[in-house]
Design a protein around this ligand. Structure first.
Ligand SMILES: Nc1ncnc2c1ncn2[C@@H]1O[C@H](COP(=O)(O)OP(=O)(O)OP(=O)(O)O)[C@@H](O)[C@H]1O
Length: 444
């Protein structure tokens, strides 16, 4: 049993290109203590030297014991030589939606702690049991279908606030395995009483699942998901050129490839990035698209907000020219435009809309795209103008490609997106990781 826990920690660390500093979110419960301990062991081995761990506990101040529990986590971390911080949720608490508010606050504080401790990612101890509960809750709320996620459940990786990755290395493990690991290591844990308080929906779902012994249908296990994502990224990385969040170019015939689920998944991840969505296309759309992609004739099909444009030179994916939003930004404000680009205004108010893609069109042509594709893709690129006529002085904005998509925190995707930024913005070297922090200056 315990081998599975250590294996999950090793596999997780092995999925990074380079060692990083990770912030482990430790509540004091079994799952997050098990995560910290397993990562600590895995990072001690010769091959993994260079990883460093820091830990943080959020004291929500909702129960009188929370402060001493957080201190106890601190003592545990000290025993492992892992630096630990406690962040507190100060101020009034809402009367309704307490759990959701606590979760939002928790991620906000964890992101703050990661920044303060110089960590690039946050690891949490979510387990397969949490996953089952999430799926059961989403199912009960009728959230299945429509969103294209359904039984896919909670993502193994999320770009929180488009700033920092939250990673869930134990999403494929059962809680019983983690507890067995801790027991074998002689480490105890605390049980949060709200986990069994029937006032909370999650506690009720947890009790129902335990009583019935049923588990909800999962579209992928976390292990499959992560193996599939790694392979998907590896498969497509040799064949795809991406131009920021604007165009992807695939030069190979796709007739047979779309039957490979990992290739298909890589393609759908690209479609999600280029369409500015944070979920993969729904099953029926994927089926329709596969049918189209398997034929050889030139032609276009639009699905999941993306145009699939097949020409003799290759297949091109870009955002469909419909329902593109207008975003107004005050000086110093930052906003996400069309789910694809984060735009930060510098010293003047800005309006961001689509169209007049002159600058973009030339860049895309210079980067080697066919003229027709460059023209169409530039029309769905962000066009940034000062909100006040006549204000043209100085730099107006910084633009960041939005490359965050769940399941893309993987070596292959890091590379693809680094390529994308290098190609589109004419850089001669890759930006340093994490790629999503790269800001590119645009002239007025
Ligand atoms: N107070 C907290 N401080 C730090 N991290 C937390 C806290 N609460 C939750 N987390 C993180 O979020 C993950 C999932 O939260 P959840 O509420 O399901 O966990 P839990 O049951 O309270 O504790 P555990 O998962 O450690 O057994 C935890 O594994 C942990 O990584």
């Amino acid at each position: 049993m315990s081998d599975a826990v250590l294996d999950a920690a090793r596999i997780f660390l092995n999925s990074f290109i380079e060692p990083r500093r990770l912030l482990v979110a430790v509540s004091g419960g079994s799952d997050s203590k098990g995560l910290l301990l397993a990562l600590h062991h895995a990072s001690q081995t010769e091959a993994r030297k260079g990883f460093s761990l820091v830990a943080c506990t959020i004291d929500h101040r909702l129960r009188p014991e929370s402060a001493s529990e957080a201190e106890a986590v601190g003592a545990f971390c000290t025993s492992l030589g892992v630096p630990h911080r406690i962040y507190r949720w100060e101020g009034d608490k809402p009367r309704t939606g307490l759990q959701a508010a606590a979760r939002n606050k928790r991620y906000e504080l964890l992101a703050e702690a990661a920044g303060a401790l110089g960590a690039e990612c946050i690891a949490t101890g979510h387990t397969l049991d949490d996953q089952y509960e999430t799926i059961a809750m989403r199912g009960a709320r009728g959230a299945e279908g429509g969103q294209g996620q359904g039984g896919a459940g909670m993502a193994a990786t999320v770009l929180y606030g488009r700033r920092i990755w939250v990673l869930r290395p134990f999403l494929g493990l059962r809680r019983t395995a983690i507890r067995a690991f801790l027991e074998a290591e002689g480490v105890g844990w605390s049980d949060d009483p709200s986990n069994v308080n029937p006032v909370f929906e999650r506690a009720r779902v947890r009790a129902d699942l335990a009583a019935s012994g049923d588990v909800p249908a999962l579209r992928w296990s976390a292990a499959q998901r992560s193996a599939s994502s790694v392979r998907a990224a590896a498969l497509i990385s040799g064949h795809v050129r991406v131009y920021g969040a604007l165009v992807a170019e695939i030069a190979v015939p796709l007739a047979g490839k779309m039957d490979d689920p990992d290739w298909c998944r890589g393609m759908m991840s690209l479609a999600a990035v280029l369409g500015g969505r944070d979920h993969l296309p729904a099953g029926a759309t994927v089926k329709r698209l596969s049918g189209f992609l398997k034929s050889d004739h030139p032609g276009r099909m639009t699905a999941a907000r993306v145009v699939f444009d097949r020409r003799s030179s290759g297949l091109y994916l870009y955002r469909e020219p419909r329902n593109l939003p207008v975003l107004d930004l005050r000086p110093g404000e930052r906003g996400l435009w069309d789910g694809r680009f984060t735009i930060a205004s510098l010293d003047s108010a800005l309006t961001v809309s689509a169209g007049d893609g002159g600058v973009w069109q030339q860049r895309l042509i210079d980067a080697g795209l066919p003229k027709g594709v460059a023209m169409r893709a530039s029309q769905v690129a962000p066009h940034i103008v000062p909100a006040e006529a006549g204000n043209t002085g100085g730099d107006t904005a910084k633009v960041e490609c939005r490359i965050g998509l769940y399941d893309t925190f993987l070596p292959g995707f890091d590379r693809i997106m680094a390529d994308a930024i290098a190609v589109l913005f004419g850089r001669d070297r890759y930006p340093a990781p994490p790629v999503h922090d790269v800001l590119t200056e645009l002239e007025g």
